[in-house]
Design a protein around this ligand. Structure first.
Ligand code: AMP
Length: 201
């Protein structure tokens, strides 16, 4: 991947599967910005903006911010100049309604997704990872009860998206368990192959 073709990606997976860590690496490799809705919300909470005030209780409880609000934020973010040549969305879409909203935003500009990376990890592994992260980062939504709730929300609301993207033929599934570097190497191998095939390289 040394040329400057456009790459539009999503990373999807259970909370704790390592999306944020791998998203930063993928973004660097393909020279695209990683856009994380969770990071956007957390930055707003920290800065005490009206959006932050609106979403902080929801995020602390492990629930989902309403689709309409989340869709609006992402639609605005995808209008900025830095995503013209591609992007990696991390943590969005999380519901079927969000998929449809994203479809509309991309179609309006004749943009399309190249691949959806599914980072696979079983529930026990992700829960223990999140409990470890709680000790290190102290995120308000990393208490055990909230962690369990976030897993349930993922299974109910977000896991069905995997089948949807699979039907579209753009799903790339990678085992998210193991050392960070190993997982990155797996991801790069799988994504490079997919992007080369898709773009006819
Ligand atoms: P994350 O950092 O992706 O785990 O997101 C942290 C929290 O932000 C989630 O548990 C939700 O409360 C909220 N959030 C992030 N992305 C979304 C989204 N696409 N839709 C609704 N809520 C979201």
């Amino acid at each position: 991947m040394t040329d400057n073709r456009q790459v539009r990606l999503l990373i999807i997976g259970a909370p704790g599967a390592g999306k944020g860590t791998q998203a930063a690496r993928i973004a660097e490799r393909y020279g695209i910005p990683a856009v994380s809705t969770g990071d956007i919300f957390r930055a707003n909470i920290k800065a005490g903006t009206p959006l932050g005030q609106q979403v902080s209780a929801i995020i602390e409880s492990g629930g989902l911010v309403p689709d309409e609000l989340t869709n609006e934020i992402v639609a605005d973010r995808l209008k900025r100049d830095d995503v013209t040549n591609g992007f990696l969305l991390d943590g969005y879409p999380r519901t079927v309604a969000q998929v449809h909203a994203l479809d509309a935003v991309l179609e309006a500009d004749a943009r399309r997704l190249d691949a959806v990376l599914l980072l696979e990890a079983d529930t026990d592994s992700v829960v223990s990872r999140l409990l470890k992260r709680a000790e290190i980062e102290g995120r308000a939504d990393d208490t055990e009860e909230v962690i369990r709730h976030r897993q349930e929300v993922y299974l109910e609301q977000t896991a069905p998206l995997v089948e949807l993207f699979s039907q579209r033929g753009i799903l790339v599934a990678v085992d998210g368990l193991g050392a960070v570097d190993e997982v990155s190497a797996r991801i790069f191998g799988a994504l490079d192959a997919r992007l080369d095939a898709r773009l006819g390289a």
